[in-house]
Design a protein around this ligand. Structure first.
Ligand code: ADP
Length: 867
């Protein structure tokens, strides 16, 4: 079948962009064909039509941004192909790819979320180590870190989860790496691309980074030629420049960081604690972020998110943040003023990025000006305190420049005029005068000629055929001066022109075009002048963000009645009347029951380990999490929901709660639980805070109890960290250890009616009240009655068999830090066959649709054949 010339053109261009969706301009539409059309019509719910036999779908070009942003969110890359030739000319219109937009390189505000960074990330393995780098080109934030290749299982999901990039670039060789792949599977909306390994080149990367940062070496950034971060970071820059088709001069450095600089929270703990995303729908509803975020600016929003994901471990730095928060808490009028002014500050950081990349339009500049004006007012208010450290002079210069050059309500288009303010350029003012006041100019000239010639009837007129001319009536022809050039003799009088009149007419014809050209050139001149201020603007943006974040924490503290925690370098955790920030927020005022906790891993006769028993629904999980969240809040410099708090800085927080299934990865609930527990036992130190909920639940009672017992002993004797351990195994209360305290949730029982008091108290819980909860949940009475009979029987049997009275003594053996850990599905722990067998046995075939049955079989087949 022969293709039409347009389709041939399409096929040629598409062949160069196989991995992107090609938006092909046809008249007023962007059309997509073949696989692109089929996929995009499905993703965006567009009507699929046909051109000849080729599937096709299209979108109006003027509405394209909406569709592009939806596709970007789905992880797609888009290539825009425009008509560059004259569409009215004969033959095939010339078309060219003019822009590539990818999720991680997009810079238009329509494609970005104001409250989070838009990261592009790269990962590579170099000399046995893994380098991970990520950049947000819109804000110039560029970071890198590294880890031993053998730590990929913990490190990659943790780093990926923290920066949650929109786009990820990887070397081809990692395509078959199971650990990398299963981490990536958690982010289905992320765009992932593979490039040849040699693109991640250390030597070229090093040169590229030095050239970008204008430094002779990368020493100022803590990197050498052999650092594994270099190939990843270098490739990122290269990809960015090629994709955006513009340099990124505002990217002036890279921040390298290592685990010890921040409080480490592994991937599953971060998820479990619902810090910035909830477990239900990944939104920020019911998260810690929601409780502390009262930021007025997009920069403040991003900063708070960043602080939550990278909590500090340095006492001085934490206290510096706390001091700022305290200042606002103690002076609420000041806080209100500052917040009011911050509300008028737009995204200075991204505006600066747009200026640097020559993408800013005139409205952006006005937005920058008004934001800086508002910021200077804030600075003025805060002048007595140590908030703003950089000089305000440059902000004033920027404000003056924009104020003098740019109109108040300028056009966003570059070529339509309406940008430059009167008085900025004499030349522009002249042309505008010609354009706007031509009648006045003409009548002045007319009066001038009348006076010079003495011809009182002399008139300047205009016809379409002639243009402008001077008309002299018959009776006055003798007074016509020599410089009048005859154009035409008529019955009543003659028509003339003069050099001056011709010049005026020429100027009038020119004025329109000259104005547009000049406005454009003058605007570009102003924007280029602002390039020099970009580093200053980035610093200013950081100051605005920190001020906004501190104000936001103060606002949270005032609204929720939080207190400033005392930060110490010891290993205590003392809180009184503490609350769960999120649960309290969503309960009617006063309903949340506050609780204390006093644990310490120092030798100060306080317990380090709290073993919490109590019925389901009593509030155990809430209590566990609230203490982890308080520790985290304290380490980001925030106040905490408690009456008093003394928090010893933790190096890591582990939060193993609930049993999260990951059958999609072929991992059983119990396997996930054990993998996470293994990680805690291997990585926790005496400075860590460990929160464990119901360990061992996913297996048989004997197994589960034995594991929970052994894990508790290991944490108590060997790791010696602050631990809260909730369990339904009452037998664990028989562990005797000086550092262990038995805690339980108080329950009032009266006349067979149970009330959960949500109050923690010392001692072990006597009853699990599981059957009571089952009744609350609506289990039929007949089943409840039968359960009570069975329970009584089991209890009487157990009383006669005190199996746990003679557990052999604990013998200390350390888990080696570098002990190789089998990957989740590796032989030795569970084989694929075992996992699949387990799935077959637990499959609910009665309620399964044929299609899900087929999908299951296909997955098993894949798992077994890929071995
Ligand atoms: P458990 O882990 O013991 O099963 P949860 O922590 O899940 O119990 O809490 C059960 C319910 O009790 C939740 O709905 C929670 O909102 C509420 N709750 C928990 N702790 C408190 C508290 N201290 N004050 C008020 N309500 C609470």
């Amino acid at each position: 079948m022969t293709l039409t010339p347009v389709m041939q053109q399409y096929m040629r261009i598409k062949s160069e962009h196989k991995n992107e969706v090609l938006f092909f301009r046809l008249g007023d539409f962007y059309e997509m064909f073949m696989e692109d059309a089929v996929e995009v019509s499905r993703l965006l719910n567009l009507t699929l039509t046909h051109k000849g036999t080729a599937p096709m779908c299209g979108i109006p070009y003027h509405a394209s941004k909406v569709y592009i942003s939806r596709l970007l969110r789905l992880g797609k890359k888009i290539v825009i192909c425009e008509q560059v030739g004259d569409p009215k000319a004969k033959g095939l219109t010339e078309r060219k790819v003019v822009e590539t937009i990818t999720p991680g390189t997009a810079v238009e505000s329509e494609y970005l979320e104001g409250n989070s960074n838009n990261y592009l990330a790269a990962l590579c393995v170099f000399r046995g180590k893994t380098g991970f780098a990520f950049i947000d080109v819109t804000t110039s934030s560029f970071c890198a870190t590294s880890w031993n290749a053998s730590d990929m299982t913990e490190q990659f999901p943790k780093e990926l989860g923290r920066c949650s990039p929109k786009e990820m670039l990887l070397p081809q060789s990692l395509k078959n790496n199971g650990t990398v792949q299963s981490a990536l599977e958690e982010y289905p909306g992320m765009s992932v691309s593979y490039y040849p390994d040699w693109d991640f080149n250390a030597e070229l990367g090093y040169k590229k980074l030095c050239a970008q940062f204008k430094t002779a070496s990368l020493q100022p950034f803590g990197l050498t030629e052999t650092s594994c971060e270099v190939p990843a970071a270098g490739f990122l820059l290269d990809y960015l420049e090629k994709t955006t088709n513009s340099p990124v001069p505002h990217v002036s450095g890279i921040k390298t960081y290592h685990d010890s600089q921040y409080l480490i929270i592994d991937d599953s703990s971060r998820r479990n604690l619902e810090i910035v995303e909830n477990l239900r729908d990944s939104s920020n509803q019911f998260t810690l972020l929601e409780c502390v975020n009262y930021a007025e600016t997009a920069m403040g929003n991003r900063m708070i998110r960043q602080w939550l994901l990278y909590p500090l471990t340095d006492k001085g730095k934490i206290e510096a943040r706390q001091n700022h928060v305290s200042l606002f808490v103690d002076n609420r009028t000041l806080m209100e003023h500052v917040r009011k002014n911050l509300a008028s500050v737009l995204d200075v950081e991204r505006l600066a990025g747009r200026i640097a990349m020559d993408r800013a339009h005139a409205k952006d500049l006005q937005a920058l000006r008004s934001s800086l004006v508002a910021w200077l007012t804030v600075r003025e208010e805060l002048s007595e305190y140590d908030f703003a450290e950089i000089d305000a002079q440059k902000a004033v210069e920027i404000i003056d420049l924009i104020q003098n050059a740019i109109m108040d309500e300028p056009s966003t288009a570059l070529t339509e005029g309406g940008i430059i303010r009167t008085g900025w350029s004499e030349e522009l003012d002249h042309w505008r005068d010609v354009h706007d006041n031509f009648d006045k100019i003409l009548s002045e000239y007319e009066a001038e000629e009348r006076e010079r010639t003495g011809i009182s009837t002399l008139r300047i007129k205009y016809t379409n055929a002639f243009g402008y001319f001077i008309e002299v009536s018959k009776g006055k022809l003798s007074s016509v001066p020599e410089n009048f050039i005859m154009r035409r003799a008529l019955v009543n009088g003659d028509r003339y022109t003069t050099a001056r009149l011709q010049e005026l007419e020429h100027e009038l014809n020119e004025a329109g075009t000259r104005i547009l050209e000049l406005e454009r050139d003058l605007f570009l001149e102003v924007r280029t002048k602002l390039h020099d201020y970009v580093p200053y603007l980035m610093q200013t943006a950081a100051e605005i963000a920190c001020t906004d974040a501190a104000c936001s924490f103060a606002q949270a503290a005032c609204i929720h009645g939080w207190v400033r925690p005392v930060i110490t370098e010891d290993r205590r955790f003392y809180v009184t009347a503490a609350r769960h920030p999120v649960v309290e927020n969503h309960l009617p005022k006063g309903e949340f029951v506050p609780n204390d906790l006093c644990i310490s891993a120092d030798d100060d006769e306080k317990p380090s380990f709290g073993l919490i028993t109590g019925p389901n629904m009593a509030g155990k999980s809430t209590y566990l999490r609230q203490n982890a969240l308080i520790s985290l809040l304290a380490q980001i410099g925030s106040f905490v929901p408690a009456k008093t708090a003394e928090i010893g800085i933790a190096d890591r927080i582990f939060c193993r709660v609930g049993a999260s299934d990951n059958l999609a990865r072929g991992e059983s609930t119990f396997l996930v639980e054990m993998t996470e527990t293994a990680n805690i036992l291997r990585s926790a130190t005496d400075r860590s805070l460990v929160i464990m909920d119901e360990v061992g639940r996913g297996t048989s009672t004997e197994d589960g109890l034995s594991i929970a017992w052994a894990v508790s002993e290991y944490l108590l004797n060997t790791v010696r960290c602050r631990t809260l351990f909730a369990t339904h195994y009452h037998e664990l209360t028989r562990i005797e250890h000086p550092n262990m305290e038995l805690l339980c949730m108080d329950v009032a029982e009266q006349g067979g009616k149970i009330t959960f008091l949500r109050k923690i108290k010392t001692g072990a819980s006597e009853n699990s009240y599981g059957i009571h909860v089952a009744r609350l949940a609506g289990i039929p009475q007949a089943v409840i009655d039968r359960a009570n009979v069975i329970l009584e029987h089991i209890q009487s049997v157990a009383e006669n068999k005190p199996v746990l009275d003679s557990v052999p003594e604990y013998e200390e053996k350390t888990v080696l830090q570098n002990q190789t850990v089998p990957s989740p599905c590796a032989p030795g722990l569970f084989s694929d066959e075992e996992i699949i067998l387990d799935e077959i046995l637990s499959a609910d075939t009665d309620n399964m649709t044929p299609i899900s049955a087929l999908q299951l079989v296909a997955r098993w087949k894949k798992a077994l054949s890929g071995r």
